[in-house]
Design a protein around this ligand. Sequence first.
Ligand code: TRP
Length: 336
Amino acid sequence: MTESTKKPVIFSGMQPSGALTLGSFLGALKNWVALSEEYDCYYCIVDLHAITTRQEPADLRRRCLEQIAQYIACGLDPAKNTLFIQSHVPAHSELGWILNCYTMFGELSRMTQFKDKSARNTDNINAGLFTYPALMAADILLYQANLVPVGDDQRQHVELARDIATRFNGVHGDVFTIPEAFIPKTTEGARVMSLADPTRKMSKSEPTGGCVYLMDKPETILKSFKRAVTDSDAEVRYDIKEKPGVSNLMSIYSSTTGKSFETIEAEFAGQGYGAFKEAVGESVIERFRPIREQAEALLQDKTYLTQVYTEAANHAAYTANKTLRKVQKKLGFVAK
Ligand code: TRP
């Protein structure tokens, strides 16, 4: 991407804390692909964020590579998108520290994700988990991002990044672009719920069961859908309150086939859930098949993957360092 193109900038990140799921695909990756033509996109594998909860080193390493391969297989062209690993660009840690000093204890204490995660990991409520949003702000602000496509659960963090940027600019003059969250509509599959508990998000880092993974074999996918929790009447009808399980399956089916809810309701009228669940499973299998096959092939080509993430890190570092140097100068750090 040459600088002269000057498209608006997008930054988003995903933690390599688990294998990518149907939720990651419909909620994030699918939208990322759609944005890559019109924006200058940075998509980051946020390993520094992932270590706020304990990771098995070998798994973390493997998942980072898998994630790059899967991004590409989902349609993110590395020639058009900067697909990089966060720890390869030290400016993230450096600006992260600086922004810690522009983030208030009270603000961090109000983050619902911190409250949730610390309630669930009582044996490891570390400082990184608490200051996570300051690092996330650094990720975004280093690239002067205009838009940040995220799920609804990250809205509060993006709001805080805006507040931090505004505060810093207020003290030091215009340094950071104020970013905006870009949250896709729920009906387009933005929030895929667990198949085991449709009131909870399908989450790669907290497998409560009910997760469908991008790399799952067709038999496994079909089995997961056949087991999906629904309800005791047998009507395929969209009603998020009364029928969260069926509604979730309908959103998934709508995302994979492009069919509207009315069409889906008509298609399965009077058929019960068996045929419906199988159809949803099959649609996901077909959507994932080429992605899985390409990702598997890419993972065999380590030289290519290494080249992709190395070039991307160089490109990202170039942009990030420009912002970091500006910040350091404003703060009064002596130039090297
Ligand atoms: N916190 C995000 C999540 O858990 C991941 C993330 C880290 C991110 N840095 C980011 C998302 C910057 C958008 C922009 O989903």
